[in-house]
Design a protein around this ligand. Structure first.
Ligand code: BG6
Ligand code: MG
Length: 219
């Protein structure tokens, strides 16, 4: 008998590359506050919630703000980020993603989104993928951010399957940790050395070969 499996996808860095837009918006905010925010700094924000990202950014600039000022920075950053998001199209779906989703659909394997982003439904809609997911869990649904496993555990519940049947696809260290804490299998997307807690790491989403997928469903 075939083992039941389900997939849970992170969004940013897995389905689409929105990190570049987050970077532009955070960079401009830092500039307006009078310090430099580099692409290397941006790495620290991957998979991290919006509020936590601002804390990290302010730490880099050694800047202290009141709660009200922080709130208006968060609004400003998100408004600029959304200007980029509104221009997104299906062209921005990362290579390998559609091939994988088609395979899962053909084999009646369900999949959910498990993202820290509060903009996830809008982004999926812009790239034409919103309707394909059985369930969505995003930054609006969780109280504890990755590496807490909450986002993936809710996704498993929505998929009506046990955590051990779930395969999480993640590009951030915090996300890989969350998947492992949820007792799920984790496929890391990116650098093997950085994502060394994942069960397997592919350089990008084209790593899901037919051979790998067939082995997965026949196990
Ligand atoms: C994650 C991104 O998916 O979502 C982070 O990797 C981002 O960089 C976080 O900060 C929150 O996103 P948003 O869209 O709610 O600001
Ligand atoms: Mg990500």
């Amino acid at each position: 008998m075939k083992k039941e499996i389900a997939f849970i996808f992170d969004l940013d860095g897995v389905i689409v590359d929105t990190a570049k837009y987050h970077f532009l918006a955070w960079h401009n905010l830092a500039t307006s506050l009078g310090f430099e925010f580099t692409e290397k700094h941006n790495e620290l924000l991957k998979g991290v919630s919006r509020v936590k990202s601002l804390e990290i950014l302010l730490n880099i600039g050694n800047i202290e703000l009141t709660e009200d000022e922080k709130q208006s920075m968060l609004i400003k950053k998100n408004e600029e980020y959304l200007e980029y998001v509104h221009q997104m199209t299906s062209e921005e779906i990362l290579p390998g993603v559609l091939h994988l989703l088609d395979f899962l659909d053909e084999h009646q394997i369900k999949y959910a989104l498990g993202s820290a982003s509060k903009n996830a439904p809008l982004i999926l809609e812009k790239v034409g993928l919103l309707k394909r997911f059985t369930a969505l869990v995003d930054g609006n649904d969780v109280s504890k951010a990755k590496p807490n496993p909450e986002v993936f555990l809710i996704a498993a519940q929505k998929l009506k399957t046990a955590p051990e049947n779930c395969i999480v696809v993640e590009d951030a260290i915090a996300g890989v940790e969350a998947a492992k804490l949820a007792k799920m299998t984790c496929v890391g997307i990116g650098n093997q050395q950085i994502l060394n807690k994942a069960d397997v790491v592919f350089k990008d989403m084209t790593g899901f070969s037919l051979e790998f997928l067939k082995k997965l469903i026949n196990n």
